[in-house]
Design a protein around this ligand. Structure first.
Ligand code: PLP
Length: 353
């Protein structure tokens, strides 16, 4: 059996998917129980009275071109959050299977696993070595019940890109035994290429991408699971048929034209420069003990007095993310890089008493 599918839940493989209304746009639609009129103020191209095209072909082609894969390797879904949920549903059996995550990291991996009734195993990133991934520790911790191994690069909230050789050794050893999920939500901010070409080398690799960050579409909710066609075929049966709303499809197509992408590239470069400026300014504040190097659109800082940092930023009208609930981040906050004026406001409020 295909190594990917042999890791999947048997009841998912034998699932008969929901049979949605056929997508035949040239025909008059009297087959989907929709209202025949548009709602008030509907500015969409296709009409909000109509169900959207499931896995829209034009959008898949555009995403596939941008991510350098074929459309059959791509599931478009409601943010990469939904891709994480779909992977959990496909691979994790309640009370039997587990995920492995390298902490501190993005919170949804464990939430999705726990909703599914699966265990969560944590391997800490090496703080002393700049939150480095230790492949030996990951491989030593892995056992056959661990179906999903999450590697987030650049990692949220530590902001560092994981060492490529370390990621590669995890992929090489676990290939065929677990799905290694590389979450590239922040890849556009680090200048390094996606590892998507590794799909040709590793059968059980999956990559997550999102339009929420560098494409400025967090509110539209659009992400992608990229993997072997056999997994994508199963994922398309598991994801709700109309997971992408019509305004989302239209907003994404507009944001992904060559001209729009060119504008985004310029903005990304400007934000990276602003990130470095903000990091340098923050490092000068007596409230800040350390600014960690960042490969993302945010900064992880350790504070001399986190309560006072939070108090002054809130008084100045700015909210940053408090990470102190995490034992490894007991003095840490996360600051998203904003427009220069917003960053300046934060810096000014830190100087006020
Ligand atoms: C590492 C990482 N992955 C995935 C996501 C989810 O992104 P979305 O569901 O908006 O695509 C986030 C959101 O903050 C994130 O930080």
């Amino acid at each position: 059996m295909n190594p990917l599918l042999s890791l999947a839940r048997a009841e998912i493989l034998s699932l008969t998917p929901y049979s949605h209304a056929a997508w035949r746009p040239s025909l008059t639609r009297l087959h989907a129980n929709e209202a025949p009129w548009r709602p008030a103020d509907d500015r969409s191209d296709a009409g909000l009275n109509r169900y959207p095209e499931p896995q829209p072909a034009a959008l898949l082609e555009r995403l596939a071109a941008i991510y350098a894969v074929t459309p059959d390797r791509l599931l478009a879904c409601r943010g990469s959050d939904e891709a994480i949920d779909v992977l959990s549903r496909i691979f994790l059996r309640a009370g039997r299977d587990a995920i492995l995550q390298c902490t501190p990291t993005f919170g949804m991996y464990q939430v999705a696993a726990r909703i599914q009734g699966a265990e969560v195993l944590e391997v800490p990133l090496d703080r002393e070595r700049g939150w480095r991934l230790d492949p030996e520790r990951v491989l030593a911790a892995w056992h056959p019940g661990i179906k999903l191994v999450y590697l987030c690069s650049p990692n949220n909230p530590t902001a560092n890109r994981l060492d490529t050789a370390a990621v590669e050794s995890v992929c090489a050893v676990l290939d065929g035994q677990a799905v290694v999920v590389i979450d590239e939500a922040y890849i556009e901010w680090c200048g390094s290429p996606s590892l998507v070409s590794w799909l040709d080398r590793f059968a059980t690799l999956a990559i997550l991408r999102t339009l929420s960050k560098a494409h400025a579409l967090a509110g539209a909710r659009l992400g992608a699971l990229i993997a072997a066609p056999s997994l994508i075929e199963v994922a398309r049966r598991v994801v709700p048929p109309y997971c992408l709303a019509q305004p989302t499809i239209e907003a994404a197509l507009a944001a992904l034209t060559p001209a729009a992408l060119e504008v985004s590239r310029g903005r990304i470069q400007a934000l990276i420069a602003e990130r470095e400026r903000l990091a340098a300014e923050l490092a000068r504040s007596p409230l800040v003990e350390r600014v960690w190097p960042s490969d993302g659109n945010f900064l992880l800082i350790d504070c001399t007095d986190p309560d006072e940092f939070m108090r002054r930023s809130l008084e100045g009208g700015t909210i940053v993310r408090d990470l102190r609930a995490n034992a490894a981040l007991s003095r840490s906050l996360r600051i998203t890089v904003g427009e220069p004026a917003a960053n300046e406001r934060l810096l000014e409020s830190l100087e006020r008493r």
